[in-house]
Write a protein that binds this ligand. Structure first.
Ligand code: SF4
Ligand code: SF4
Length: 386
């Protein structure tokens, strides 16, 4: 038996096909819906030598795609273009992200690089108008210049015929009573209003370049349906340019309105330790892309290879605990915790949801009989102890 266990522990786990790589955790915005302002870890830029090591290690692990972000604004990196060029020379598929503020400055250099249709750049517009733009808390750029920079960048892509996909990202807040951020899109009308702006832009391009784009914007009932079903709303509206509506998250219960707090969960399950790998700007490796403050570090790529870290004792221990339903990391306990009000009571609205979630998790971990005992215990008042 011990022999079998030894053999299993020696089998190398394949890395995920995609890796998150943080070029910097510095940002020129300070969005209220981002935990950037809560970050206490050191801020800095990844150096080029380290990036080369990440690329080389990632290739050894069979990683095919780089998401060049965890926190921060990657375009702020002074060598950003060199990093992207190097990744492309090494046949890495790229997903890039930007808050869009620097696009006007880098457009020429950026489009001098050769991209494929599998590369994408997510432009995080996130807020839909001049007033909501205030949520991004920046003095570096005003809304008019911001908007103009993004429009100009899209035009440049069309002019040079770059194959990289551009995705214009907006946030919709459908959990407004958990994340209290007025100003974001919250309903179908908000989405329609935002789409109108882009429809006008697409029409203007068609007029100016005397072309016809055979794309349909979704109608009201399609938008309603996707919001109700929490389905993604992504569609192409200019060749190679997509609209993409994303759901606002509370970053694993980190961004909460005043007065609400989280009771950490004792147990739960998360697939991330089996599916995610990320490298921070300083070489620390994490297994969670929401690990904004680097609390889930399992090694540093300067000391060991990515494959060794991904098969190291630390991650194996975490995976084995998660398989038993145990959350040993404080960050995960908060992420999977229960939201309560200042008196420590679960919000009535979420009571049923969390009760069912807990029962479900308990059933998965402990089986039927123990779950029935747990339910009886909870009904008898154990639950109120929270
Ligand atoms: S959401 Fe993006 S742009 Fe806003 S503070 Fe966070 S990293 Fe910066
Ligand atoms: S913090 Fe932990 S539980 Fe939450 S998503 Fe990340 S790995 Fe999963």
């Amino acid at each position: 038996m011990r022999g079998i266990q030894n053999t299993i522990s020696k089998i190398k786990m394949p890395c995920p096909k995609t890796i998150f790589v943080e070029l910097t955790n510095i940002c020129n915005f300070n969005c209220v819906f981002c935990p950037s302002h809560l970050m206490t870890r050191e801020r800095g830029f990844m150096d080029f030598g380290l990036f080369r090591k990440v690329v080389s290690d990632a290739k050894d692990c069979g990683i095919e795609r780089f998401n060049l972000w965890i926190m921060g604004e990657p375009f702020l990196h002074p060598n950003f273009i060199d990093f992207v060029r190097f990744a492309k020379e090494n046949n890495i598929k790229l997903s890039l992200i930007t808050n869009g503020s620097l696009l006007a400055d880098v457009a020429d250099e950026f489009f001098s690089l050769t991209f494929s249709e599998e590369d994408e750049l997510l432009i995080s517009c996130l807020t839909s108008d001049m007033y909501a733009f205030g949520l991004r808390k920046t003095k570096k750029i005003d809304y008019q210049s911001y908007e103009k920079g993004i429009y100009g960048f899209i035009e440049r892509k069309l002019e040079v015929g770059s194959k990289i996909k551009l995705k214009i990202i907006y946030l919709i807040n459908i959990i407004s009573d958990i994340v209290d951020i007025p100003g974001l899109i919250i309903n179908t009308e908000g989405v329609l209003k935002t789409l109108d702006t882009w429809r006008l832009f697409a029409e203007e391009l068609q007029r100016r370049y005397n072309v016809y784009y055979d794309y349909q914007f979704p109608n009201k009932s399609e938008i309603k349906k996707s919001i109700r079903k929490k389905m993604s709303l992504t569609f192409e509206f200019i060749p190679g340019v997509y609209f993409d509506l994303k759901w606002l998250t509370n970053w694993g219960k980190v961004i909460l309105p005043n007065g609400l707090k989280v009771i950490p969960a004792e147990y739960g399950y998360c697939a991330y330790p089996f599916e995610i790998i990320g490298v921070f700007w300083n070489g620390d490796v994490t297994f969670c892309c929401d690990d904004y403050n680097a609390e889930l570090v399992i090694g540093n790529i300067k000391q060991r290879s990515l494959l060794e870290i991904y098969n190291g004792e630390e991650i194996r221990r975490i995976q084995s605990e998660i398989n038993k339903g145990i959350l040993s990391k404080k960050r995960c306990q908060i992420c999977q915790g229960i939201i309560v009000n200042k008196d420590g009571r679960i919000l009535r609205k979420y009571y049923k949801k969390y009760f069912l979630e807990r029962i479900y998790r308990h059933f998965k971990i402990h089986g039927f009989r123990k779950t029935i005992r747990k339910i009886i215990g909870e009904i008898k008042g154990q639950y109120l102890r929270i």
